[in-house]
Design a protein around this ligand. Structure first.
Ligand SMILES: [Zn+2]
Length: 574
């Protein structure tokens, strides 16, 4: 690939001319059955350069949202590169689709590509840029939020940590500080979302769809299921998981000796529920270096190859884990496709939850390593989100047996049991919240014409919340409950990206179920499935990992039973 740069340091990556010099010759080249593989390899390399630049500028921007230069570079990428890049990729896809290709490992990627070509609309390119800038606005509003509590300024992540306190009065104060911050930004968030909504509708219309949901199902390559299948899943959750979640809430209510569970005892959008164990809150590590060192030991024991991937990331400075002022919220795994390296971004504060997040993001990183090294072209490397999250969520469960100090982990036996109880209870508690987020969006994007004000959004969110998340006394705070959709960044930044988590958890729980019977065999299947990248359909990827692509009452019941019986065993170890 000597005709192309080896690193993005050699190029001016905020100028489209730089990439046009790579893409234009590919577009002009004569391609047919006899030579497409070399052409596809060149295209693949050029894509890697472009997406490396795109990832890099996004990562730099999220590391410090107050850094003006990094923000400008990121915006320059959005303005100058992204629309042109989409167009160039689109044109190359169209060219590829004219060729009769019989390679089996390209058939699934070609189905996706054909669909992308069908829904492509030139008119959408500037709208995507506007939407991305508005998504950045959400980051700016929420990343800049802080509140004073006990004489110190706290950001959302730090208040989240205080919400995990065992001191109920402290939790209550932290909750009020946090909700005060959100309430203060309520108008700005409503306004922002109501500006995004018609743009999303326009995107769907330009692509030839009646509504944004129909568009999203195609754009996200949801070929393996329909909105009706989602409804089957939500019904199973209502029948099976909501009662299981109520049992957890009731158990915890009794343990804290409260007459009623309050909003500061359970914050679904932050995956926080009161820790009712004896003793201090778990504090598995202090800083990034400790978290990395212990996790390294765990991954090494889990699988030497996975361990070597993690070591490589640390050596190549692909981990930024500690929270800092100005850092964007949340955690994610991105990739440097040219260097074939994943990158993990987190806001860790030393909690058990952070350990879980690192395992999760490491699962994504391992997926990237396996797919980037097993599949020849970038076009074959990316799986659907529903399976990407199997990679990450299964890793959270597969790493669990190594949490004890005995096995090289963070804790003594009782602490490890506490950590695992928190994690498994969290899995149960997540499903009903996931249903609220998905059902809210399913409704929202099929009723856009009727939506005149944010009050209607609040009302729908509240209706779903009360149906799926009962058992908490919100008296006096109903308005805060109703505007809860503000606090779920996916609704703003990644529309409809949520049911994937629920489906993937069903896949991950099956991998875990298999690992209880035979850990090495389940791990081997897991790695094999990750290495397939996007060369198989979603149901086939699930099957390769040892899981059925099934989301009905029998499946959900089987897995919830396993979770509840494991929880009972772990309770006995306390
Ligand atoms: Zn994930």
């Amino acid at each position: 690939m000597s005709k192309y740069p080896q690193t993005i340091d050699e190029i001016e990556y905020t100028k489209w001319e730089t990439f046009a010099a790579f893409y234009d010759p590919l577009l002009a080249q004569d391609v047919d059955e006899s030579n497409y593989q070399q052409w596809l390899a060149d295209w693949s390399y050029v894509s890697r350069i472009a997406y490396e630049a795109s990832s890099h500028t996004y990562i730099q921007y999220t590391l410090d949202t107050a850094d003006k230069a990094a923000t400008e570079t990121y915006f320059a990428m959005l303005d100058n590169i992204q629309p042109n890049l989409r167009r160039a990729e689109q044109q190359l896809s169209e060219k590829l689709l004219t060729i009769d290709i019989d390679r089996a490992d390209l058939q699934v990627p070609l189905v996706g590509m054909r669909s992308d070509v069908e829904i492509y609309s030139e008119a959408n390119l500037p709208i995507f840029v506007e939407l991305q800038k508005q998504a950045a606005e959400y980051n700016k509003i929420t990343g800049g939020m802080s509140a004073e509590l006990d004489g110190e300024q706290h950001n959302v992540s730090q208040l989240g940590q205080l919400l995990g306190s065992k001191d109920r009065a402290e939790r209550e104060r932290a909750w009020h500080a946090l909700m005060g911050m959100w309430q203060a930004n309520q108008d700005a968030l409503n306004e922002l979302f109501l500006q995004m909504l018609p743009k999303r509708t326009a995107v769907a219309a330009n692509a030839g769809f009646d509504d944004y949901r129909a568009y999203v199902f195609r754009a996200k390559h949801r070929f393996g299921y329909t909105p009706d299948d989602c409804m089957t899943f939500h019904d199973a959750i209502e029948k099976v998981v909501v009662p299981a979640a109520q049992r957890i809430i009731e158990r915890k209510r009794q343990r804290i000796g409260a007459a009623a569970f309050k909003p500061w005892d359970y914050v679904p959008e932050m995956s926080i529920i009161v820790d009712t164990d004896d003793g201090e809150a778990l504090a598995p590590f202090a800083k990034q270096a400790d978290l990395v060192a212990t996790s390294q030991t765990i991954f090494d024991q889990l699988d030497s190859e996975l361990g070597s991937y993690f070591r490589k990331m640390d050596e190549e400075a692909m981990l930024d884990l500690d929270t800092r002022p100005g850092k964007a919220l949340g955690g994610y795994c991105s990739t440097y496709p040219l260097r074939k390296l994943p990158y993990i971004f987190m806001n860790s504060t030393g909690s058990a939850d952070n350990v879980q997040t690192l395992f999760h993001e490491a699962g994504h990183a391992f997926h990237a390593f396996e797919a980037m090294h097993s599949q020849q072209f970038v076009h074959q490397q990316r799986a659907n989100m529903e399976f990407n999250e199997v990679a990450s969520m299964a890793m959270e469960l597969l790493a669990a047996p190594y949490l004890t100090k005995e096995a090289g982990g963070f804790y003594d036996t009782a602490e490890a049991a506490r950590h695992r109880i928190e994690h498994l209870e969290g899995i149960i508690m997540f499903f009903p919240f996931m249903s609220v987020v998905d059902l809210f969006q399913q409704w929202l994007y099929t009723h856009v014409d009727e939506i005149k004000s944010a009050d209607q959004l609040d009302a729908k969110w509240d209706e779903l919340w009360q149906r799926y998340l009962p058992g908490v006394d919100w008296t006096g705070f109903e308005g805060i409950r109703a505007s809860g959709w503000h606090r779920k960044l996916h609704i703003f930044r990644y529309p409809f990206y949520y049911i994937e988590y629920g489906m993937a958890q069903i896949g991950a729980l099956q991998v875990w179920r298999n690992s209880i019977a035979d850990h090495p065999a389940a791990l081997a299947q897991y790695r094999q499935a990750l290495s397939l990248g996007g060369t198989k359909t979603l149901p086939d990827l699930f099957n390769a990992a040892g899981a059925a692509f099934q989301f009905d009452v029998p499946m959900v019941s089987q897995l919830i039973d396993l979770l509840e019986s494991t929880l009972a065993e772990l309770e006995a170890q306390l």
